[in-house]
Design a protein around this ligand. Structure first.
Ligand SMILES: Cc1ncc(COP(=O)(O)O)c(C=O)c1O
Length: 392
């Protein structure tokens, strides 16, 4: 039977993740993997989660095991508003919708805002799960250049003057995949262009708490948003555990009302057990010390990777400093094709993610994403040396 005639117009636009195919490289113990895109399970506060899970199941079954409000558990919405205020976002609990990971927020926003053919501006490179949400609504994705300070305003202005941008999708804090931190001046410039050309901004911020250096200003772009054009997304995935599927969106109330209706159709409510666990952890004061532990865990690994890149790739490549987040992004000076060399790298026992799929304009063949999250210091050293032998 030919099912394609049954598929919706949007289903014809679905794009499978070009990097999922590399996932199998992550679990072979003989391969030192810089290819992952996930937090290290050692950072998950598993004992506390199991205590809290037992407690909420026993003591609060009518909440934790029941359907709940579409917008989320009220006390968790309060806590999320408070967390977001500490990042500069002016908001109250009524400005929050809890989502099933921030990924669901991306999907709900795309569903609510995007008609087929609408132009969504994205960073070059950008997060594949983000672009997938927009492709799935048959959007047209247009790339905007980044440099080490974040989005290049001239590039955004040029795109905006040629095309009617409806939404810009940006990840200002330690972007996936580039690891870059957008400067506050650039955030201001981006918002000014959004005002002039009248488009909305989706600010995705799952990595802002994972900071490894002093003085990194991660204040949200939404902190500057006077006209209500920024939708701010956060997540507990990188600081607690992604299996808890707990994220959020904050935005102008008329937009939130629409997102709430989209969410009713999607899942009625996010998992109440997940929300109850996160709520209890946050209300019990576990979050701040947990964030400190996670930072300490990655800070050392990040330092080792930076040292080893300096040792082996100086003069051959450029890479981003990974002052936060989980990734550094490497650009080969000689234009070497990272996808073409992956087979050889795997044969030598090291894996990475070729950068090309993160660029919606088809550029980036000479780039790769490396994570320092998974491997021990010793294996990061060995893996970087192996990588250097593949890119002599
Ligand atoms: C930039 C970005 N946004 C969103 C997500 C999705 O995270 P969540 O687990 O909150 O759905 C990720 C996950 O890696 C990400 O890197």
């Amino acid at each position: 039977m030919d099912y394609s005639t049954y598929l919706s117009r949007d289903a014809h636009s679905f794009r499978p993740s070009a990097i999922r195919a590399f996932a199998k490289l992550i679990n072979d113990p003989n391969i030192i993997s810089f290819a992952g895109g996930v937090p290290n399970p050692e950072t998950f506060p598993a004992e506390r989660i199991s205590e809290v899970a037992a407690k909420v199941i026993r003591e609060r079954r009518a909440v934790a095991l029941q359907y709940g409000p579409t917008r989320g558990l009220p006390r968790l919405c309060e806590s999320i508003a408070s967390i977001s205020r500490s990042r500069g976002v002016e908001c109250a609990s009524d400005d929050v919708i809890v989502t099933t990971g921030s990924q669901q927020a991306l999907d709900l926003i795309a569903h609510t805002l995007i008609d087929p053919g609408d132009v969504v501006a994205v960073e070059l490179p950008t997060y594949i799960g983000g672009s997938a949400s927009f492709f799935a609504r048959s959007a047209e994705l247009v790339g905007v250049l980044q440099d080490d300070d974040g989005i290049v305003p001239e590039s955004l202005r040029e795109v905006a003057s040629q095309r009617r941008i409806k939404v810009l999708y940006t990840i200002p804090n330690f972007q996936n995949p580039s690891g870059r931190l957008m400067t506050q001046a650039r955030r201001a410039a981006v918002l000014e262009i959004a005002e002039q050309h009248d488009f909305l901004v989706i600010e995705d911020d799952p990595y802002g708490e994972l900071v490894y250096v002093d003085g990194a200003d991660t204040t949200a772009m939404k902190a500057r948003d006077k006209s209500g054009r920024v939708l701010y997304l956060g997540s507990f995935s990188k600081v607690l555990a992604p299996g808890l599927r707990c994220g959020w969106v904050i935005g102008a109330r008329p937009l939130l009302e629409k997102l709430e209706i989209a969410k009713q159709a999607a899942d009625l409510c996010s998992g109440m057990l997940d929300q109850s666990i996160v709520d209890e952890l946050v209300a019990g004061g576990d979050l701040a010390p947990q964030i400190e532990r996670v930072r300490a865990f990655y800070r050392g690994k990040r330092g080792v990777m930076m040292e080893e890149l300096e040792r082996h790739f100086r003069g051959k490549a450029q890479w981003t400093p990974a002052d936060g987040g989980l990734f550094t992004f490497v650009t080969m000076n000689d234009g070497a094709d990272a996808a073409a060399r992956l087979g050889e790298a795997v044969a030598r026992g090291v894996a990475y993610i070729p950068g090309g799929p993160f660029f919606v304009d088809g550029s980036g063949a000479n780039t790769m994403r490396l994570t320092f999250a998974k491997e021990s210091d010793e294996r990061i050293r060995e893996g970087t040396a192996r990588l250097a032998s593949v890119f002599p």
